[in-house]
Design a protein around this ligand. Structure first.
Ligand SMILES: C[S@@+](CC[C@H](N)C(=O)[O-])C[C@H]1O[C@@H](n2cnc3c(N)ncnc32)[C@H](O)[C@@H]1O
Length: 275
């Protein structure tokens, strides 16, 4: 599935340092293209082919209703991966469009479209520069897509506000800032704060030439609120799903052990002011 994409050498270093926007996009596009098969193999069953799962805690839009009514609405899914959320939206009667930076994630989206018979229009794009006209959508949404992976997340908020119609809703889930203080470890080590919450330098993996191969950007909770407000959006809630007692799944840095102590997800629910 990954075609002619050049493989990554072993990670030579893991560090915190500034990375500009171009290098971040290059690194993450390559990384997600290479990882798409593994990501879908590992998480596909949990995500479902046509479900809208907001978070590793398993919060399902079917119950959460954070988007409000979607039937008949124009909805944009940001950083869609295999567009499982977009397919759920289509099944509910929404006119959904989904985009991602990674062409191999989009290939998985096409595969699931064929398997389910639910077709989501797909576009390859960068969340900081959306190829859509102003006021094109009623809802913009994202389940861990793009926002933690860009240098300029304020630009993602501005783009969401620009493409939203008056009174539209923007909802995105991200890793909560508090998690960047602790190692990405699902075990006890992941409960020990070793880094400063205020260190805004991104988490970076590098190859042996020092080039970034994976970049995850960090913001404090105040930074996120300021980016939302500066974009002209109104923040109406920050949802922090709790880890369900019966949920035993360990997913990367997420686990029942950590989930009982610190939130694994923050979902920012915003509205575009009525004009
Ligand atoms: C953790 S995955 C989430 C995918 C999907 N929403 C899900 O729940 O499975 C993050 C996704 O964000 C995409 N992404 C990263 N940077 C992006 C950017 N600048 N613009 C658009 N998508 C981006 C990645 O390619 C990847 O598919």
């Amino acid at each position: 599935m990954t075609g002619s994409i050049e493989p990554l050498g072993p990670t030579a270093a893991v560090t915190r340092r500034d990375v500009d926007s171009g290098s971040t996009v290059r690194a993450n596009r390559h990384w997600w293209d290479l990882d798409a098969d593994d990501y879908q193999a590992e998480h596909g069953e949990f995500l479902g082919d046509a479900r809208f799962i907001w978070s590793p805690e398993g919060l399902d839009e079917e119950q959460a209703g954070l988007l409000g009514s979607v039937a008949g609405r124009d909805v944009l899914e940001v950083g869609c991966g295999a567009a499982q959320c977009g397919r759920w939206l289509v099944a509910q009667g929404a006119r959904a469009v989904a985009f991602d930076l990674s062409v191999n994630q989009l290939r998985h989206a096409r595969r699931l479209d064929e398997r389910t018979g639910l077709h989501v229009p797909l576009i390859q794009a960068d969340a900081t520069r959306l190829p859509f006209a102003a006021s094109s959508f009623d809802i913009v949404c994202s389940a861990f897509g793009a926002v933690p992976f860009v240098t300029d997340s304020a630009a993602v908020m501005r783009e969401a506000a620009r493409v939203l119609r008056s009174g539209g809703r923007s909802v995105c889930s991200v890793t909560p800032p508090i998690r960047s203080c602790c190692p990405d470890d699902p075990g006890p080590e992941g409960l020990i704060a070793r880094e400063s919450y205020f260190d805004r330098r991104p988490y970076v993996e590098e190859d042996d030439s020092g080039a970034a191969t994976y970049v995850e950007h960090h913001r404090t909770i105040g930074d996120r609120v300021r980016e939302i407000v500066a974009a002209g959006l109104t923040l109406i809630d920050i949802v922090e799903p709790e880890w369900p007692e019966e949920h035993r799944r360990v997913w990367g840095q997420w686990s029942p052990l950590r989930g009982r102590v610190i939130p694994g997800t923050a979902i920012f629910v915003c509205e575009n002011a009525e004009q």
